[in-house]
Design a protein around this ligand. Structure first.
Ligand SMILES: [Ca+2]
Ligand SMILES: [Ca+2]
Length: 211
């Protein structure tokens, strides 16, 4: 697809526009972003690996974003070949930035469902929350002094909100109905680093989210 430094052809952007709701200019801009970090090996399309995702998250967030970046990478790498090509990159961006709630929820479900079993367990929620805390530079003692819960405590609360049929795991329909009642479930995945993240957590510890 395209040349290393060139633009995409009109035909290429038009075929991508069938997948995503970006304009042609936006697609060209994302292509430039993509190709700046992408690897190119002979005979293959340009691609990103986990490494490039980790670099981005470590640049943007104050803490260690490695684990969270790997989870995000997993949701972008739809065919699971360890590479995110431009099509997967664009699709991932369009879903995570989508205004359509259902699309975003589907993505969030995939992110929490680490082993892709179709169900979310409490341990999977803990793992994602630990990754988010780490990325935001929060450890046990700093969350304690800020009056925030630990990832484990937060996961337990979220799990209780979502688990309604007593089988100890969360199905897509439980997840979807809980997410409409409790925005924290999705907000946590997307909030910006620093103060905004802590504000979301504080809101939780005041229990406003669950009422
Ligand atoms: Ca792939
Ligand atoms: Ca699972």
């Amino acid at each position: 697809m395209g040349q290393k430094s060139g633009k995409l052809t009109k035909q290429q952007t038009q075929s991508l526009q069938r997948l995503v709701s970006f304009s042609e200019d936006e697609i060209q801009d994302w292509w430039q972003e993509f190709i700046r970090s992408a690897k190119v090996s002979s005979g293959s399309k340009p691609f990103l690996t986990q490494k490039e995702f980790i670099e981005v998250y470590n640049t943007v967030y104050p803490g260690n974003g490695e684990e969270y970046a790997k989870h995000i990478f997993r949701t972008f790498d739809q065919n699971g070949d360890g590479r995110v090509d431009f099509r997967e990159f664009l699709l991932g961006l369009s879903i995570t930035s989508s205004e359509k709630e259902e699309k975003k929820l589907r993505w969030a479900f995939q992110l929490y469902d680490i082993n892709q079993s179709g169900f979310i367990t409490k341990n999977e929620i803990i793992e994602i929350l630990q990754a988010i805390f780490k990325m935001n530079g929060l450890n046990q003692s700093s969350t304690k002094s800020a009056g925030l819960g630990t990832p484990e405590e937060l996961a337990s609360s979220l799990f209780e909100v979502m688990e309604t049929d007593g089988d100890n795991s969360i199905s897509w329909s439980e997840f979807r109905s809980a997410a409409t009642r409790c925005s924290l479930i999705v907000d946590l995945l997307q909030c910006s680093p620093g103060p905004e993240f802590e504000a979301v957590l504080k809101q939780h510890s005041n229990n406003e989210v669950f009422e």
